[in-house]
Each structure stands twice: as C-alpha cells, then as structure tokens.
Write a protein that binds this ligand. Structure first.
Ligand code: CA
Length: 148
C-alpha cells in the first residue's frame, strides 16, 4: 500500500510548511498555499486550476495567489498561479519550482521540498509584489489542505 499524502507530510512537516509560507508572505503581498492529495487522474496543472478555484484562491486583491499542488501517489505536481502572476514570473520560475520539489521528494523529504520551493517562490514574488508599507493582510490561510 502506498503512503497517503497525510502520512508523507505529518504534523511536524505541515508546521514546517506553514512556517515557510508565513516567512515568504512577509516579504511579498502574494498568497501561497499547498494542497496535497493522493491520486490525480489526468493533467496535474488542470487539476491544480480546479483546486485553486475550490479553495477560493482567486479572491485576492491583486490576483496573486500561488498554489503548489502535489498528487503524491501519482507522482504528479503543478504550480498554478493567478492571472496577476503567471506572465510576470515566466516559465523558468515554474520549472524551477517543480525541479526543487522533485529533487527533495526523490529523497523522501516532502517537508523539505515544499519548504524550499516556498522559499524560492517568496524570493521571486517579492520582486513583483514587494511588501511595502504596512498593509499586507494574510488573505488566504497558510494551512496545508488535503484532498483524497
Ligand atoms: Ca497566506
């Protein structure tokens, strides 16, 4: 039996991811979320866009939500970003995100891979959406969400 997403990212792992999101979001106004599920039939990016909508991630002021989506048993992942971001950051950024996650996942380090990808996203997003001034509300929860 294959390990489920919740087994691969236990509570300590989730906490690490949440801390990484908090740190990344301090430097930019973008909103990052992580969604894990076990199986993805079909195209991961398409599925990520559906999850993005289900999580109401389009409801940010600057349309700058980013979803890191992983289907652990299917070994599929995608990074889906809202309209405001996608063109700005460029395809290299998205490929780097996926590469980082894959490297760590190959070693079984799920929390490490996600945290590293979030750090990287935070650095890039800070260029396009720097957190200037004091208004930088946490528009979307930082908790990891799980599907099935
Ligand atoms: Ca947030």
């Amino acid at each position: 039996m294959k390990a489920s997403a919740k087994q691969l990212l236990d509570e300590a792992g989730q906490l690490r991811v949440v801390n990484a999101i908090q740190a990344a979001e301090r430097g930019c106004t973008a909103e990052i979320r992580v969604h894990l599920e076990d199986v993805c039939q079909g195209d991961a990016l398409k599925r990520a866009s559906v999850v993005f909508a289900q999580l109401n991630m389009h409801k940010t002021t600057e349309r700058n939500g980013v979803l890191i989506y992983v289907a652990v048993q299917s070994h599929k992942m995608a990074v889906f970003a809202d309209a405001g971001i996608h063109d700005k950051a460029g395809t290299l950024f998205w490929q780097q995100e996926v590469d980082i996650i894959k490297q760590y996942f190959a070693l079984g380090d799920y929390a490490g891979g996600l945290s590293k990808a979030i750090d990287h996203a935070g650095q890039v997003l800070a260029r396009y959406y720097p957190a200037t001034g004091s208004a930088n509300p946490d528009e979307l929860t930082n908790d990891v969400s799980f599907g099935s």
